[in-house]
Design a protein around this ligand. Structure first.
Ligand code: NAD
Length: 437
């Protein structure tokens, strides 16, 4: 059994820590570092450890030396590197949320610290653990579709998810949160592409897109500034804070009503309505008049050293949330939709009257051991189980995302955002060298 300390007790770190409740023989939570007193209290009571194991920051914890086997680091994107390096130096192995860095210099600093300290860092690329993607990866490794020629992925971020996180929410402004919508949302998808490519080096990256819809010019005529304060469309507009967040109080709770999980008395309709009537509440404002700068659409093209090409499209504001994947190889193809939990494997069929064969792989029908359950299609807890196994010296699984496995994916995202800004194609090797200076 490993002992773990939570650093940054937001909903993500607590989701991973849940393994200690369902498999207490594998993991025990023995401490917390978080500046918020209510989060320290909640976590201490939930997992049952003493005040002496509560710290205000990662840095304060690191200064105490090593008090447990591992750290679960669920701080925000722009804090991952600053909080992790002192913990590695104190001797901890770390399960670290994505994106593990917000720019190339940070990425290099963390990579250097991991090499210098010899500690293990695993990145929470939870989708690598979702049975849907694991099964696709197994088919690729078995050579079922030959050599990959082309990968097409897409993430359709729904109207309520996109506006919650990237128009009104805590990732709505890159200058403030440090991460682009592509980095925060799609570092998973780009990671999947590099994972499918099994270490083949990406060479060039290009990207187009931008923020075109959630802007003041597109506000409906007569719209106010704050939905519940001065907007006549509050009961009609699809993005109205009332319709999005009061009529659906349990959707996106961890983001819109983060304190509710820690203080149950805040979980009431009256508290929520009052909050949205306060102009300083992040969800009070009209979606067309927020201080947002995140692209609401972005396409990325990547070329690899073996000639393969990959494309990824992110679009916010879709009716249905969806991730799609289509991989075309020299011998066949795989196409599927994560949200349907099904993919097909196609092969050429030269028999008279035929064109191709199609095997339908229904992950939902594969039984309990493979069936997708829990957060991220079953990926969340599987990832923590693999981390425990990995730290205890087990053989890394096919999904294992050590820091080194995540570097290409993050570099592609940084280069894609740079390509978008510069309006030109980026040579990754040159970009990587330049970013070290
Ligand atoms: N893997 C995924 O699929 C996935 C999904 C959603 C979010 N995330 C990522 O998870 C991370 C956490 O998101 P969240 O919504 O749970 O965040 P959150 O803001 O709810 O939690 C972060 C916590 O870190 C604490 N903190 C701040 N400074 C600290 C310090 N110096 N030392 C210790 N703690 C400190 C904050 O007080 C807060 O409680 C983000 O990086 C986010 O991008 C990942």
């Amino acid at each position: 059994m490993l002992t773990a300390i939570i650093v940054g007790a937001g909903h993500r770190a607590l989701a991973y820590a849940h393994l200690a409740e369902v498999q207490p023989e594998k993991l025990k939570i023995v401490g917390i570092a978080d500046p918020l007193p209510e989060r320290r209290k909640y976590t201490r009571e939930r997992f049952g450890f003493g005040e002496d194991m509560c710290f205000e920051t990662a840095q304060e914890l690191a200064a105490k030396g090593k008090l447990a086997d591992v750290i679960i680091n669920g701080t925000m994107d722009d804090q991952h590197v600053d909080t992790t390096i002192p913990l590695l130096e104190a001797g901890y192995d770390v399960l670290l949320e994505k994106p593990f860095a917000i720019h190339a210099r940070e990425l290099a600093a963390l990579d250097e610290a991991v090499k210098r300290t010899g500690r293990k860092v695993m990145i929470c690329h939870v989708l690598r653990y979702a049975p849907f993607y694991v099964e696709i990866k197994k088919r690729l490794l078995a050579g079922e579709i030959g050599k990959i020629m082309d990968i097409q992925t897409a993430e359709h971020v729904s109207y309520h998810h996109f506006t919650m996180g990237y128009v009104r929410g805590k990732w709505n402004n890159q200058k403030e949160c440090g991460a682009s919508s592509l980095l925060a949302k799609c570092c998973h998808d780009i990671d999947l592409i590099t994972w499918f490519m099994s270490g083949i080096q990406p060479e060039e990256v290009d990207s187009m897109g931008g923020l075109k819809y959630f802007t003041p010019e597109n506000a409906p005529e007569g719209a106010g500034e704050y939905c519940l304060l001065d907007c006549p469309l509050v009961d009609k507009c699809d993005y109205s804070a009332r319709r999005m967040h009061l009529d659906h109080p349990t959707r996106w709770t961890a983001y819109v009503w983060p304190q509710q999980a820690y203080c149950k008395e805040l979980d009431s309709d009256e508290v929520r309505e009052k909050a949205l009537k306060d102009p300083s509440h992040p969800y009070a404002k009209c979606v067309f008049k927020c201080n947002n700068d995140q692209p609401d659409r972005q396409g990325v093209v990547i070329s690899f050293a073996n000639g393969a090409v990959a494309t990824h499209n992110m679009v916010g504001n879709t009716a249905r949330p969806m991730r799609k994947v289509h991989i075309i190889g020299t011998e066949g193809e795989i196409e599927g939709c994560f949200d349907d939990n099904k993919f097909v494997v196609r092969h050429r069929d030269l028999r008279p009257g035929c064109e191709y064969t199609e095997e339908v792989v229904d992950i939902g029908n594969m039984g309990d051991t493979t069936g997708a359950k829990g957060g991220h299609g079953g990926g969340d807890l599987r990832l923590v189980m693999d981390f425990v196994e990995f730290v205890e010296g087990g053989k890394p699984s096919i999904s294992c995302t050590q820091l080194t496995d995540s570097i290409n994916g993050h570099m592609i995202v940084f280069a894609a955002d740079y390509a978008l800004q510069q309006k030109r194609r980026i040579d990754l090797a040159e970009y990587f060298e330049a970013s070290k200076k």
